[in-house]
Design a protein around this ligand. Structure first.
Ligand code: ARG
Length: 352
C-alpha cells in the first residue's frame, strides 16, 4: 500500500516536472506546485490536463498518427456528473470531432472515480449471433447482449449503431440512443467496380472510449479520444477480417477473381481493391482519412521532430506496421523500442 502511494506521488512529481520543462515554467512555479501536490485537495489544472492528454498521445506506442499530438483538443469534463449531461457532452464531442467530415482530434476527460463509459468506441456497430451466422460486427456480440439486457433493442441490420452506456458511481448504467444526425457514415464504393450490392459502409470517426487515461499518478477511466481513420483499419481489418465483416470473398466475386486456388492471390487482390474503395469513398464523401503510405511518412516526420527535441520515440512495431504491404513502409525496416512512458492510455477491465 505504502509502495503504491509512493509510486503515485513519484508520478505526480514526474508529471509536474515534465510540464515545467516542456511548458517553460519557472523554478518557483514548480516548487510551489510540488508543495500543492502534497495536499489531499490537489487537482491538476485544465492546462496541465490538456498538456498531459497530448503527451499521452505522443507516448502511445501503438499509434502511427502521432505527428499530430500537439493538435489534440481537450474537453475538461471533470465536473460533469449527471448521466444525461455526460451523454450531452459525448454527443458534443462527436459533433466537434466529426466537423462535417473534416475530422478534429479530441478527448473528453470525465471524473476520475465516478464515471465509466461501457462502450469500446462511442460509435460502433452491433453484432448478433443468429442461426444463419453473425449479423453485424462479431466484435460487438457480447456488448450488444449487454445493451439488450439493459432494455435496448437493435434493428438487426448489419450496421446498427450501438447506444451509449453510461455509469456513474455504483448506480445501474443508463442507456442512450445516439441521434442519427450525430453519426456520419460512408458507403463504400469503388472507382472502377460496382460494389453497390455488397452494401458496405463504415462510420467516419473512431472514438476509443474503453481506455483509461493515466496522468500524474491518476487514472481517468472515462476519457474517450479520437483521431481520424487510416484506411487499412477499415479496409484490411474491420471489413476484411474473417472474424469481422469477412467481405473478401464477396469482393473477389464482384471483381471476378478465381477463389478456388490460394495461388491466384485472390485474397491479396481483393484486399487491395477493398482498400482502394475505402480511401476513394471517404475522400469522395469529404471525410478525413489517411492511406498507410502517407501515415508511415508522417510517422517518420514525427520521429525526426522528436529527435530534434531530444526525445526518444518509443513504439510497438507489431501495431505500427500496417496490415497491408507492410514492407513498403519504412517502419517495417527499423526496430523500435517499446518502453512505455507516462502519461499514456492503457487498457482496463471491461465493466460488463
Ligand atoms: N482500429 C480501430 C477501428 O478500426 C480504431 C482505433 C483508433 N484509430 C484511429 N485511427 N485513431 O475502429
Amino acid at each position: 500500500m505504502t509502495f503504491t502511494l509512493t509510486k503515485e506521488r513519484q508520478q505526480r512529481i514526474d508529471f509536474l516536472t515534465l510540464y515545467k520543462q516542456e511548458m517553460k515554467q519557472t523554478d518557483e512555479w514548480l516548487a510551489e506546485r510540488l508543495q500543492e501536490a502534497e495536499q489531499p485537495a490537489f487537482r491538476l489544472t485544465t492546462d496541465e490536463l490538456t498538456y498531459g492528454a497530448r503527451v499521452a498521445w505522443r507516448n502511445s506506442n501503438k499509434c502511427i498518427g502521432r505527428l499530430f499530438w500537439h493538435s489534440l483538443t481537450v474537453f475538461d469534463r471533470r465536473d460533469v456528473l449527471a448521466p444525461q449531461a455526460i451523454f450531452d457532452a459525448l454527443v458534443a464531442h462527436i459533433d466537434y470531432a466529426t466537423n462535417g467530415g473534416k475530422i478534429r482530434p479530441a478527448i473528453s476527460v470525465f471524473d476520475q472515480k465516478r464515471v465509466r463509459i461501457w462502450n469500446h468506441q462511442l460509435i460502433r456497430y452491433a453484432g448478433y449471433e443468429t442461426a444463419m451466422g453473425v449479423i453485424g460486427d462479431a466484435n460487438s456480440i457480447t456488448f450488444t447482449k449487454t445493451c439488450e439486457a439493459l432494455g435496448w433493442c437493435g434493428q438487426r441490420t448489419n450496421y446498427d449503431v450501438l447506444p451509449l452506456v453510461i455509469q456513474v458511481d455504483e448506480a445501474p448504467p443508463q442507456v442512450f440512443e445516439l441521434p442519427k444526425e450525430a453519426v456520419l457514415e460512408v458507403s463504400i464504393t469503388h472507382p472502377d467496380y460496382d460494389f453497390g450490392k455488397l452494401n458496405m459502409q463504415w462510420y467516419a470517426v473512431p472514438i476509443i472510449s474503453s481506455m483509461r487515461f493515466n496522468i500524474a499518478g491518476e487514472d481517468y477511466p472515462a476519457a474517450p479520444f479520437n483521431g481520424w481513420y487510416m484506411g487499412t483499419e477499415i479496409g484490411a481489418r474491420n471489413l476484411a477480417d474473417a472474424d469481422r465483416y469477412d467481405f473478401l470473398p464477396d469482393v473477389a466475386r464482384v471483381i471476378g477473381l478465381d477463389t478456388a486456388r490460394n495461388a491466384t492471390l485472390w485474397k491479396d487482390r481483393a484486399l487491395v481493391e477493398l482498400n482502394i474503395a475505402v480511401l476513394h469513398s471517404y475522400k469522395q464523401a469529404g471525410v478525413s482519412i489517411v492511406d498507410h503510405h502517407t501515415a508511415a511518412q508522417q510517422f517518420e516526420l514525427f520521429q525526426q521532430q522528436e529527435q530534434a527535441n531530444s526525445r526518444d520515440v518509443t513504439g510497438n512495431w507489431v501495431w505500427l506496421v500496417p496490415p497491408l504491404s507492410p514492407a513498403t513502409t519504412s517502419i517495417y525496416h527499423q526496430p523500435i523500442d517499446n518502453t512505455v512512458k507516462k502519461p499514456n492510455y492503457f487498457y482496463q477491465p471491461q465493466p460488463y
